[in-house]
Design a protein around this ligand. Structure first.
Ligand code: S3P
Length: 172
């Protein structure tokens, strides 16, 4: 697998709550590549401010610019497994960078699975609304046609994460 990948990184894209970070970390361990979470890198680049703090203090457009820069920088380095935030792939420039430097995998999940997973955590500023369910549905409608442009699509369903990791690696 590694030789087929050459010097390309693996980039996981898809909605919040589909398991990009967990699956990415395990994939990286299996492939003996470093794992990087783009959201964490953005927090580090902002002296440890959390994503909700960055949204609150600077607004979403500022966050998106930082996100695009962080991903571009990470993809210029050695091959890694990169978990991106759910909105990162919406930017054309970022999609082009990913296409040039990496193999992208869309982890696709149903709205009910996503809702169940994101409800456990209050760290998604986009879902701090009166109607998080409606927001997830709306974001999925907007984003799925774009996530579809990823090189590979893997269904992230209610099976152990390791099974999804296996499927990703087999499909590469
Ligand atoms: C976002 C997803 C989050 C984070 C930010 C915005 C989005 O990342 O980047 O809250 O637009 O879908 P996860 O997909 O890792 O939750």
């Amino acid at each position: 697998i590694l030789s087929a990948l050459g010097t390309r990184s693996i980039v996981l894209v898809g909605m919040m709550g589909v398991g990009k970070s967990t699956i990415g970390r395990r994939m990286a361990a299996r492939l003996k590549l470093p794992f990087v979470d783009a959201d964490t890198e953005i927090e580090v680049a902002h002296a440890g401010m959390t994503i909700p703090e960055i949204f609150e203090r600077h607004g979403e457009p500022y966050f998106r610019d930082g996100e695009a820069r962080v991903i571009a920088r990470l993809l210029d380095g050695e091959p890694i497994v990169l978990a991106t935030g759910g909105g990162a792939f919406m930017r054309e420039e970022t999609r082009n960078r990913i296409a040039a430097k990496a193999v992208s995998i869309w982890l696709k999940a149903d709205p009910d699975v996503i809702m169940r997973r994101v409800r456990r955590r209050a760290d998604r500023p986009l879902l701090q609304t009166a109607d998080p369910e409606g927001t997830v549905t709306r974001l999925l409608t907007e984003r799925e046609p774009i996530y579809r442009h990823a090189d590979l699509t893997i269904a992230s369903r209610d099976v152990p994460h390791d099974k999804i990791v296996e499927e990703c690696i087999e499909t590469l």
